[in-house]
Write a protein that binds this ligand. Structure first.
Ligand SMILES: NC(=O)c1ccc[n+]([C@@H]2O[C@H](COP(=O)([O-])OP(=O)(O)OC[C@H]3O[C@@H](n4cnc5c(N)ncnc54)[C@H](O)[C@@H]3O)[C@@H](O)[C@H]2O)c1
Length: 414
C-alpha cells in the first residue's frame, strides 16, 4: 500500500450501473472539492476483456484487468471500490482488507449476516493498522438528507414519534421482464428488501440517530417465474454470465426458458426504534408508475420533516414552535453554500442531482482516508442494516411474528 496518503490510487470492480456512478464521482471529486489527497483512477475490473477495455476508456480509467485479485495484490492500488452484485462483496472485501487496501463497498454490505459479520470483523482488524472501510449508502449524502439529520440532532423536532419511509419502483411489473441477477437470491441476497429497503433503513437510522430494535414484516413475490435473459436457456442456464439458475424450457423444449424468482418483489414492515419511535417501511418493485420514489417523513413532538428524492434539492419543514396561526409545512431550497456539501457547487438555486450524492460520498471517503479518520457508514453500521434485513426476512417467514434485531447492534454513524 502506498504510504503517501496524498495520492489514492483506486481500483474498481464492476463497471455497469454503480461502476458508472462511482467513476463519475471519482472523476469529479478533486475538481469540485479541495481535498488533502488526489484520486488516481488506476484500474477497473470486469470479466470480459473487450468490454472492460472499452469501459476503462469511456469512464476514464488508466488501466483494466479481468481478475479482481490483480487489484487486491497490486502495489499500485491503495483503494478497492466494490461495485459488483452482493455475491462477491465479502470475498473481494476480505481479500482487499487483508492486503491492506482501503475498501469502499456498495450496499447492501453482503448477502448474509454471516458474511457481513466477517466483513465488519475484518474491517475492525484492518482499522488497527490504519486501513479504512466504508459502505456506500449514498443517499445519506444528499444535502437535504444530511440537513434533516442536523435538524433532528439540534432538537428542532423534539422527541421523534414516527418514521414513515417508502421506496417504490416498478421496473419488474411486466411478468415478461427477465430473470436478471437482482431476482436471484444467490446473487442478490434478497429482492426489493435488500436492494432498496436497505437504503431507507440506513437513511432513517442515520437521520434519527436511532436504531431499529424489532420488526414485524410481510413480503411477497408476485411473479414467481420469469423468462431467462437472452443468451440463457435450459437447465443450469447462465444469467449475465455469472452463475446458474434453476430454469427449464417449455414443454416441447423449444419455447422460451423460464426460471424461478427466488427473492421478494415487495417488503412491508413495522418497526420500533430504540429512541421510542414507531416506524413503517415499504420497499417494492411493483408500484406501477413509481420509478425511483424514495420518500421519508419524520414526525416529532416539536415538528416534522419530509424528504422526497424526486425533489432532492428541497426539504419540507413544519416548525411546531411557531404560533399555530402561522404554522405550515415550508419548503426549504437546500442550495445555499451553508447547506451540507454545497459550498463547492453552484450559486444558490442552481440545483444538483442524483450523481452528486456519489461525489459527496467520495469526498468524505477521501478526506477520511487522507486524514486517518474512519469514514461513515462503517462496515459495522452496514452490519446493523444487514441484521435488520435478516430480522425482516425471518419475521415474514414466521407469519409476521415480532422479531428482535440482533444480537449485536453495531453503532450507527456519529
Ligand atoms: N447506492 C445505490 O444507490 C445503488 C444503486 C444500484 C446498485 N447498487 C449496488 O451496487 C452493486 C452493483 O449493482 P449494479 O446496479 O451496479 O449492478 P450491475 O449489474 O449494473 O453491474 C454489476 C457489475 O459487476 C460486474 N461483475 C459481477 N461479478 C463480477 C466479478 N466476479 N468480477 C468482476 N466483475 C463482476 C458485472 O460484469 C457488472 O459490470 C450491488 O451491490 C447493488 O446493490 C447501489
Amino acid at each position: 500500500m502506498s504510504t503517501d496518503n496524498r495520492q489514492l490510487r483506486v481500483g474498481m470492480v464492476g463497471y455497469a450501473f454503480m461502476g458508472a456512478a462511482h467513476s463519475q464521482a471519482w472523476r469529479t471529486v478533486n475538481r469540485v472539492y479541495d481535498l488533502p489527497a488526489r484520486v488516481r483512477m488506476s484500474s477497473i475490473c470486469g470479466r470480459d476483456p473487450q468490454k472492460v477495455a472499452e469501459a476503462a476508456d469511456r469512464l476514464g480509467w488508466d488501466g483494466w484487468t479481468t481478475d479482481w485479485r490483480d487489484l487486491v495484490t497490486s502495489d499500485e492500488i491503495d483503494v478497492v471500490d466494490i461495485c459488483t452484485p452482493g455475491d462477491s462483496h465479502a470475498e473481494i472485501a476480505l481479500a482487499a482488507l487483508a492486503a491492506g487496501k482501503h475498501v469502499i463497498c456498495e450496499k447492501p454490505l453482503a448477502n448474509t449476516v454471516d458474511e457481513a459479520r466477517a466483513m465488519a470483523a475484518a474491517a475492525a482488524t484492518a482499522r488497527a493498522s490504519g486501513v479504512r472501510s466504508m459502505c456506500g449508502f449514498n443517499y445519506r449524502r444528499v444535502p437535504a438528507v444530511t440537513m434533516m439529520r442536523q435538524l433532528v440532532a439540534a432538537g428542532r423536532l423534539g422527541a421523534i414519534r414516527h418514521v414513515r419511509a417508502t421506496y417504490l419502483q416498478d421496473w419488474i411489473v411486466d411478468p415478461q421482464f427477465p430473470l436478471v441477477w437482482r431476482l436471484q437470491k444467490d446473487k442478490a441476497g434478497s429482492g426489493a428488501l435488500g436492494d432498496i429497503g436497505a437504503h431507507i433503513i440506513d437513511l432513517t437510522q442515520y437521520v434519527t440517530g436511532q436504531r431499529i430494535t424489532g420488526v414485524s414484516a410481510i413480503t411477497e413475490t408476485f411473479v414467481k417465474e420469469r423468462p431467462l435473459p437472452a443468451g440463457s436457456s435450459g437447465l443450469a442456464a447462465h444469467v449475465d454470465g455469472h452463475g446458474s439458475v434453476d430454469g427449464h424450457g417449455s414443454a416441447d423444449g423449444h419455447g422460451p426458458a423460464t426460471g424461478q424468482v427466488t427473492v421478494d418483489d415487495a417488503a412491508v414492515f413495522v418497526a420500533r426504534l430504540d429512541g421510542g419511535s414507531l416506524a413503517t417501511y415499504e420497499a417494492t418493485r411493483f408500484a406501477t408508475g413509481r420509478k425511483n420514489a424514495l420518500r421519508v417523513e419524520i414526525n416529532g413532538s416539536l415538528g416534522s420533516l419530509v424528504f422526497d428524492l424526486e425533489r432532492l434539492n428541497e426539504l419540507e419543514f413544519l416548525d411546531g414552535t411557531q404560533p399555530a396561526t402561522e404554522q405550515g409545512f415550508r419548503r426549504i431550497l437546500v442550495t445555499e453554500p451553508e447547506h451540507p456539501y454545497l459550498s463547492a457547487w453552484w450559486p444558490p438555486g442552481h440545483i444538483i442531482g442524483y450523481e452528486h450524492s456519489f461525489t459527496h460520498q467520495m469526498r468524505d471517503f477521501v478526506e477520511a482516508v487522507a486524514t486517518g479518520a474512519d469514514p461513515q457508514p462503517s462496515f459495522e453500521d452496514a452490519l446493523q442494516v444487514q441484521l435488520v434485513l435478516d430480522a425482516v426476512t425471518r419475521s415474514a417467514e414466521q407469519g409476521s411474528s415480532w422479531t428482535v434485531v440482533g444480537p449485536e447492534l453495531a453503532s450507527v454513524a456519529a
